[in-house]
Design a protein around this ligand. Sequence first.
Ligand code: FE
Length: 425
Amino acid sequence: MTLEELADAVAEARQRTLELTGDLTDAQLMGPQLPILNPLRWEIAHVAWFQEKWVLRRHGEPPLRPEVDALYDSMAVPHDTRWELPLLSRETTLDYLREVRDRVLNRLRDERASQEDRYFGWLTVFHEDMHTEAFSYTRQTLGYPAPPFSEGAAGPEPPAAGGPLPGDVTVPGGSFLLGGSADEPFVFDNEKWEHPVEVAPFAMARAAVTQAEFAAFVEDGGYRRREWWSAEGWVWREAAGAEHPVYWRRSPAGWRRRDFDREVELEPHRPVLHVNWHEAEAYCRWAGRRLPTEAEWERAASWDPAAGRRRRYPWGDAPPSPAVANLDWRGGGCLDVGALAAGDSAVGCRQMLGNVWEWTSSDFAPYPGFVADPYKEYSEPWFHTHKVLRGGCWATRSRLIRNTWRNFYQPDRRDVWSGFRTCAL
Ligand code: FE
């Protein structure tokens, strides 16, 4: 990846941050205090602070503004205080975002930029990409409208390309390499390093669980019957009073789902989303299925049995395009699980990347020989308390995602763009 590509990504990521927050009122930019989100006015400044810290101040530059460390350091500033802090005003925040970006671009466009500058430049791009996905689900959580730039993003999807995609594929067992390889241009610490893993043969659904399939579970008393839930899952369900997926509502005409600030009918062949790990697991028990382990997921996405090698992406080694994966807000939401056949993995699983994040059964844990990278708080604090999700969703940035990418959330999170696919018992 060249310096020019990095500079373009820095500018584009910042543009996306501004597009996802620029239309909101001052009150919306603060929003209610909830443990699962940040005030957006805090979060956009945090993105710039992180970039200033890792790209500019690593070289000994003084902070652009003296107060930023006390406000925007996510490890130092307790979460529940972020609504009460004397944050920069909206206007000053936007000035700060632009000033940091411009100084970073100057540094990165200087041909004397070092390998370290490049590493930390990409780190801050990917960090911003993860936050722009969070800005997206925060807008959903709070019932804000979809951002203006998404108008027209949901182009008409040819019906022939959509629909359901029932059935399983058989994935051959064997030993393969799990994790990031040293020839990747950028690898997060939790993917390091590739290591051989033995997987028994298994059968995996070709597609993610759909809204229609999940509705059958709900209608069959799925949330009322104790036997489908783990002990921990039932405790969560009772405490949350959950009777159905969080944004669903039963109406006389059938189930409806809140999509940003609108209510829509269920889209039967699109994946169920905003379900947590407990809900996914309960569905599996009801359906006589199970969640894949993350090694199984990665094998089904990456292993090419005919070639005897693994692929960087399900469809091969070429970067994502609209024909193979629904990413980058391009679809304006999820597509039918049967869409994008050109993106199938070698074993025949569809949409392993994009559309909806997929829960796995695996705890988020370090790979053998784990060593934390300079951004120490990225992975290590979350080991063993979070579950692994794979594959990215429609709002994930395409430059970020690949088969080895590990995401992780607490098992009770259902505000994120999470769904799942199942395996045969
Ligand atoms: Fe952050």
